[in-house]
Ligand binder design. Structure first.
Ligand code: C2E
Ligand code: MG
Ligand code: MG
Ligand code: MG
Length: 289
């Protein structure tokens, strides 16, 4: 009986594996089609400056409107695109789309703001990334000062020495660099000090965990670290007044999360840019004193 069970178990496992790779193949095929037929869209989530309450930047976030399955989350298709290499084409599409939207926002006289774009590890590791970004900036005419590239901690910290050069070269194009999901990787502090990084993005898991003593201590430490290294700190995933009040009190530079705004359609960006959250921030801080 044990033998039969073992076999049944093995077969079940096999079928499950198979189903998973069929699913993967289907997604890969559909994604190719999606890029050809404009099923991808961008949303923009506001980032609020704690001191002024102004929306000074937005993060571009990709969405996939699948014709049969509806909206697919990037958490589901970005890893597939990363493993098939399609993330390279996807990443180029995102940058072009951001440039196109910026041209439009300029044309209606909107005050300039920074746009943050996620760069995947595979994209970052392309040997011609620098060349590509340089070409992109000159072809699109996008002011590099409007662009911040978000890199993950794990992508830049492995192979630290050679990445310091790579990041410096990117930065010399005039754009800003951020470390996304900071605190979840394995940053060596001695490396971090030498990295030409403008912004540390505190991972939302720490913001969600601020009720615990450890969670709060980690957030405090990252904000202090950013100050020491002359970097900006930004907290993502702010959903509650308690989180806002705590982070503002601790002097985080920027705040991003559903409490302020969800990722927005590009047509809603002009309104978002004109928002002034200074009274909201003052009121919430006062109520939590
Ligand atoms: P991320 O770069 O860390 O982006 C932040 C994620 O947190 C976004 O999820 C955003 O919608 C979500 N978020 C923002 N505020 C809140 C909040 O208050 N509460 C909660 N629960 N979530 C919040 P999204 O848009 O689903 O993207 C997930 C991840 O997919 C991103 O994480 C990023 O790693 C990746 N991604 C998204 N767009 C792109 C892209 O254009 N290129 C690449 N390479 N990756 C992307
Ligand atoms: Mg990000
Ligand atoms: Mg993040
Ligand atoms: Mg994240």
């Amino acid at each position: 009986a044990a033998k039969a069970d073992g076999r049944a178990c093995f077969r079940f496992y096999n079928e499950e594996m198979n189903a998973r790779s069929v699913e993967h193949l289907k997604l890969e095929e559909d994604l190719r089609e999606a890029m050809r037929t404009n099923q991808l869209e961008l949303r923009y989530q506001p980032q609020v400056e704690t001191l002024t309450g102004a929306v000074v930047s937005l993060e571009a976030l990709v969405r996939w409107k699948h014709p049969e399955r509806g909206m697919i989350s990037p958490a589901d298709f970005i890893p597939v695109a990363e493993s098939t290499g399609q993330i390279i084409e996807l990443g180029e599409w995102v940058l072009k789309e951001v440039a196109r939207h910026c041209v439009y926002w300029d044309s209606i006289g909107l005050a300039s703001f920074r746009v943050c774009v996620n760069i995947s590890p595979l994209q970052f590791n392309q040997p011609d990334l620098l060349h590509y970004v340089k070409g992109f900036l000159s072809r699109s005419g996008l002011d590099p000062q409007r662009l911040e590239l978000e890199l993950t901690e794990s992508a830049i910290m492995t192979d630290g020495e050679s990445n310091i050069l790579k990041l410096s070269q990117l930065k010399s194009l005039g754009l800003d660099l951020a470390v996304d999901d900071f605190g979840t990787g394995y940053s060596s502090l001695s490396y971090l000090r030498r990295f030409p990084i403008n912004t540390l993005k505190i991972d939302q898991s720490f913001v969600a965990d601020m009720n615990s003593a450890d969670g709060a201590a980690i957030v405090d430490a990252i904000i202090a670290l950013a100050k020491t290294l002359n970097m900006r700190s930004i907290a993502e995933g702010i959903e509650t007044e308690e989180q806002l009040a705590y982070l503002a009190e601790r002097g985080v530079d920027l705040m991003q999360g559903f409490y302020f705004a969800r990722p927005l359609y590009p047509e809603d960006v002009p309104n978002a840019i004109r928002q002034d959250y200074s009274e909201t921030i003052a009121r919430v801080r006062k109520s939590k004193e």
